[in-house]
Design a protein around this ligand. Structure first.
Ligand code: SF4
Ligand code: SF4
Length: 324
């Protein structure tokens, strides 16, 4: 009986001792967690996609609080998440246009020639290891969908032999850019419709023999652009999206239709007569002389000449021009 009593007392004493020790240690060695980390974690979507470059949402929360990542570091959450995180961090969120991934190749089954047949596993990286893939253009999209498989947001589909990205579903995580063995996916501003859809670095003659819609490096677009938005980088035309007004002059000029943009959707300037004071600023700013009117008289737009660049609307001091 006394043996049982002794055991209970000694076990109880040991329990009390270890319990107090653990309670003391948890207080003494506790790691302080910044409450902002938890708040940011809650604000993040919890997708843990790694698109921010950190190991999951927790990694990004820590990095933001440590000042190592920006408040808009989450590509999935969008503006709403950025605003919440900025508030937690006591900052003002920078509003900017979303940048999305875009396949810069239009080498569809009809447009691009095949040089061989590929019978290996359905993966662009594997296919690229076999003489660069089956397409005769070594710079084009192989269309086997390695980007489709890696996109967690269902934004990519294969259509007519090439990958297509739905810009409304793209969260800019960059996973597709990482896996594409042809580096044929690039970042483009969300509203950018005018894009050189070619990635080839070959001479025009070779491009032409392989693809009906490739950039042949003739430079006609660069010469025609009224805003100096196109430069020739090697044999390929490149658009500076910060300068491009989407006037589509290049789209119309390009002899091989390598530049996207639907001319039928081009906007036109419309002058609201009741607001126009005839200052002539719009006529002076229009790069294609599409505005007519006398000083102190109502001005009007010559619709056939207007390229929809919006330069007049930007400069009108009376806000009398709308792009429609
Ligand atoms: S006009 Fe067309 S083919 Fe010529 S350089 Fe520009 S994009 Fe290339
Ligand atoms: S759309 Fe107009 S502004 Fe933009 S690159 Fe083409 S020609 Fe230049």
């Amino acid at each position: 009986m006394s043996l049982i009593l002794n055991s209970v007392i000694s076990l109880g004493a040991m329990g009390l001792l270890f319990g107090s020790g653990l309670a003391y240690a948890s207080k003494k060695f506790a790691v302080e967690v910044d409450p902002r980390v938890e708040a940011i974690n809650e604000a993040l979507p919890g997708a843990n996609c790694g698109g921010c470059g950190y190991p999951g949402c927790g990694g990004l929360s820590n990095a933001i609080v440590a000042g190592e990542a920006p408040v808009n570091g989450c590509p999935v959450g969008g503006a709403e998440t950025t605003a919440k995180i900025a508030e937690i961090m006591g900052q003002t969120a920078q509003e900017g246009e979303k940048t999305v991934a875009k396949v810069i190749c239009n080498g569809t089954c009809n447009n691009a020639k095949e040089k061989s047949e590929y019978y290996g596993i359905n993966d662009c990286r594997a296919a690229a290891l076999v003489s660069g893939g089956s397409k005769s253009c070594q710079y084009g999209c192989l269309g086997l969908g390695t980007c489709v498989n890696v996109c967690q947001f269902g934004a990519i589909t294969i259509k007519d032999g090439i990958a297509n990205i739905d810009k409304d579903k793209c969260v800019s995580c960059g996973k597709c850019l990482e896996v594409c063995p042809k580096s044929v996916i690039d970042w483009v501003p969300y509203s950018q419709e005018v894009v050189v859809e070619c990635n080839s670095e070959e001479f025009g003659k070779d491009v032409k023999s392989k693809c009906a819609v490739g950039c042949i490096g003739c430079g006609m677009c660069a010469k025609a652009c009224p805003f100096g938005a196109i430069t020739m980088e090697g044999k390929l035309a490149k658009i500076d999206y910060t300068k491009c007004t989407q006037c589509m002059v290049c789209t119309a000029k390009c002899p091989t239709k390598a530049i996207s943009g639907e001319l039928s959707k081009r906007k036109k300037a419309v002058i609201e007569e009741d607001k126009c004071v005839g200052c002539t600023i719009c006529a002076k700013k229009c790069p294609v002389e599409a505005i007519e009117g006398e000083l102190k008289q109502k001005h009007s737009v010559i619709e056939d000449k207007c390229i929809g660049c919006g330069e007049c609307a930007k400069k009108c001091p009376k806000d009398a021009i709308k792009m429609k």
